[in-house]
Design a binder for this molecule. Sequence first.
Ligand code: NAD
Ligand code: TYD
Length: 341
Amino acid sequence: MKNILVTGGAGFIGSNFVHHMLAKYPEYNIVVYDKLTYAGNLDNLLPVKDDPRYAFVQGDICDAAQVKNAVEQHDVDTIVNFAAETHVDRSIMDPDAFIQTDVYGTYVLLEVAKELGVARYHQISTDEVYGHIPEGHSSVETDPLEPRSPYAASKAAGDMMVDAYFITYGLPVTISRGSNNIGPYQYPEKVVPLFATNAMEGLPLPIYGDGMQKRDYQYVIDHCEGIDAVLHHGQLGEAYNVGTGNEIDNLTMVQTLLDELGASADLIRHVEDRAGHDRRYSLNVDKLKSLGWVSRHTNEEAIRKTVRWYADNEWWWSKIKSGEFKEYYQKQYGERLALAN
Ligand code: NAD
Ligand code: TYD
């Protein structure tokens, strides 16, 4: 591994992965390939913009000629695919872009990897592909994929296509399935940055339904270290879960967040639930641990560290919470908040 194409590297997890890899491996070069959708943000890559080992290409993963060009020009031997439409609520409003990018875009990358003989293709996937997980079980990698939202279904389709390229063409692939990530540079549509920034602005925190849904909130750098472990020590054709191995309910998440900010619980509003809302995700991460990786933050530490980053980096999120974001916020929460008690 020497020249890595990081698709979606201007987004939240991708940019953290770029920082992690450039800091840890002086011999690697990174090319970020990103369409710069509403979620892509070059501010996330400001700390590396003058690093000679980093290059940026603006492009769509659905455009085979453009992807091929980037791979050839930069002599890419490894593709790590973070590029995706990622927000469940947006996938409920309008699934089209999810099918395009998360399904068709994955296929395009696999085809280019096959045609140009790329040495490794790694797919970034999610715990949501396993669907709702009843109490008493934690998903293992061999569990059936039972996605329930358009987002989760598009990611599951991507995973299946990756497996198909391994089985049919022998493409050297791996997959990682992460739980909910939180940390620096997350677009404030996802719950933790939305609630942290709303609380700082004195705005309501819209909890869907009873707030007893469970998620494994992991610190993004732990996830990046997990991907790094899979890239260096993972077995081809295998998937690896990445998370803390523990989950908490959303009311506990919000109490921790408010406590870290010293803000009042009066901001909490229970609003109409998300359609098809998965009650619980839970990952068994023993397979990744067997590669020597450990998760270094608990759910609570991850929440507190993330909230502190948002408190210290208003410059980053204040410009995002205008324009496109305001339109989305009104559409998603306007009526819900008006009807909330
Ligand atoms: P994000 O929404 O912050 O960023 C996505 C990035 O992909 C953006 O920079 C965007 O511009 C780019 N992109 C979108 N469509 C593209 C296209 N057609 N061509 C090229 N670039 C495109 O996402 P994230 O939260 O960083 O998630 C990254 C990956 O990790 C995704 O594959 C997601 O499914 C997966 N994942 C996310 C989480 C989470 O909690 N955020 C958890 C597990 C897995
Ligand atoms: P989210 O950050 O959208 O991640 P995902 O749906 O991919 O897990 O949501 C995390 C949890 O928070 C999920 O149970 C839905 C809930 N949630 C709210 O209660 N209110 C909100 O405004 C949002 C965005 C999410």
